[in-house]
Structures are given as C-alpha cells and as structure tokens.
Design a protein around this ligand. Structure first.
Ligand SMILES: Nc1ncnc2c1ncn2[C@@H]1O[C@H](COP(=O)(O)OP(=O)(O)OP(=O)(O)O)[C@@H](O)[C@H]1O
Length: 253
C-alpha cells in the first residue's frame, strides 16, 4: 500500500467563511479501504471541513485531491468526476420525499450512468438489499424509520460504486441499538466492497467501534490536534484535550 496515491489528500487547507478561517494548515491523507473519522466537539469545524472536501464550498487556501487530482469547480464535467469519485450520506439523509426508496437510489444512476431503465431498477434494488432494505423498495421516506432513512441514504451514496463515501454524522438522532447496527453496516461496506469511509462524528461509541484512524479538530487550535487510531490516542496522547475528548467513552472492541 505504501507509495500508492491516497484516495483523499488534504494539503495546507484553510477553510471558513467570508475570508475568515475556521480551520487552517490542515494536512492529512486517507488510506485506501480505511474508515477515517473526522471528530471534535460542537463548533470545531467538522461540517465546514466536509463542505470543503466534497466541493460544496471552495477552500480559502490549499488543495483537496482525490487519487492525486483536484476535482475543480462546479461545471458539469467536474460534477460527473465527483459523482464517480465519492458518494455522500448527508446528516438529514436528504431523500426526496416524493420518490420511493428505489427511485431515490436510482437518481444518481439515471444522472451519471448509461444503464437502461431496467438495469437501473435492478441495481437500485440490489443496493437497497445491500443495506438491509430488501422489501422496502416501494416505500416512501415518510413511511420508514430514521435508521432506515440513513440506510437508504447510504444505498444512494453507494449507487455508483464510488471508491470513497463521506458520511456526515451517520448515527446522529438514532437510538443506541440502531446506531450500533449502522456502525456494523459501515464496517461491512468497508470490508466487503473496500470502500474508503470518511466519517464525520462526535459519537464516541461509533468512533471506537468503527474508526481505523481519526483526526481530532479543536476550535482554539483552528485545526488538527491529534491523528491516529482511537484507542492508541486515548491511551497514549500527552495532550490533555485529546485524552479529555476520547476518554469519555468506554473502549469497546
Ligand atoms: N454558513 C456559515 N457562515 C459563517 N460561519 C459559519 C457558517 N457555518 C458555520 N459557521 C461557523 O463555523 C464554525 C464551525 O462550525 P461547524 O458547523 O463547521 O462546526 P461543527 O464541528 O460541524 O459543529 P457541530 O458538531 O455542532 O455540527 C462555528 O463557529 C460556526 O459558527
């Protein structure tokens, strides 16, 4: 794996609003096939960073590279390249309420693939079954639970088999059992499909169950104060801010 171009690389990134940096001098890279978490307390800039990573907002400085390439701004060709490079599960799941789950998952396939309508239907059905929603293809988002919405959003994020999936606070608003099942699903996706997961989270249970490595953001530092495997950082970091954040959680396998 060493020497390979990383799926995601962030170089000297500064991001913020109206010229004011919320985060600066960010440098990190994500390895192929890992579950990489971006964590930190409220207001440290997790969502701001995510918006910059997925191209919703242009960085104040620096670069975001997918497999060594900057994906540029928002013309149609860039959007196509982005849709092939990564999928996104938004915090709200962002499903279209007037479409069934199958139709929601079919949307990116209609937009960015050359498959026939029949193939798109079959693939959307397969994607839903891969996230445990077999039998719910014709349901509307209003007819399913919060956990099922997250699964459907994940199926849509993975519809085009992107090598990277960004997941924004996937367990937010879920009860502990549903959150745990979603964690298991994330691990299955990483292990079965080799998808590189970039997960925004402040759910410590999820961090310790799923993350291979993480970066911890801190608002006062306007950047990264720790990087590495969660258990290693919780046990060995000399920075009290890191221990304070990570030691609130029971460490589970
Ligand atoms: N659209 C915006 N315009 C100006 N400032 C913003 C905007 N969105 C966020 N901020 C500011 O940027 C900082 C980081 O916010 P951000 O939402 O990225 O943090 P977060 O870590 O995602 O927080 P949370 O966990 O509560 O969602 C905060 O000080 C916030 O007030």
């Amino acid at each position: 794996m060493s020497g390979a171009v990383p799926p995601l690389e962030v170089c000297d990134l500064a991001c913020g609003y109206e010229g004011q940096a919320v985060l600066e001098n960010l440098n990190f890279s994500v390895r192929a096939g890992e579950a990489f978490f971006i964590i930190g307390g409220s207001g440290c800039g997790k969502s701001t960073l995510l918006r910059n990573l997925i191209g919703l907002v242009q960085p104040l400085a620096g670069a975001v590279r997918f497999f060594g390439e900057s994906l540029g701004s928002n013309d149609l060709e860039c959007l196509r390249r982005r849709s092939r490079s990564f999928g996104v599960l938004y915090q709200s799941s962002a499903l279209w309420s007037s479409l069934t789950l199958r139709e929601n998952v079919a949307l990116p396939l209609r937009e960015y693939s050359r498959l026939s309508p029949r193939e798109i239907n079959e693939l959307a059905t397969l994607k839903l079954s891969q996230v445990g929603l077999c039998g719910f293809e014709d349901y509307y988002p209003s007819e399913i639970s919060g956990g099922m919405k997250k699964r459907a959003g994940l199926a849509r994020a993975l519809a085009l088999d992107p090598p990277i999936a960004f997941l924004d606070e996937p367990s937010a608003g879920l009860d502990p059992i549903t959150a745990r099942k979603l964690d298991e699903l994330m691990l299955q996706i990483r292990d079965l499909f080799g998808t590189t997961l970039v997960v925004i989270s402040h759910e410590l249970g999820s961090i310790f169950r799923v993350a291979d490595r993480l970066i911890l953001l801190h608002p006062a530092a306007r950047g990264i104060i720790a990087e590495g495997p969660p258990a290693e950082l919780a046990g060995a970091s000399s920075d009290p801010r890191v221990r304070e954040f990570l030691q609130q959680a029971p460490i589970t396998s």
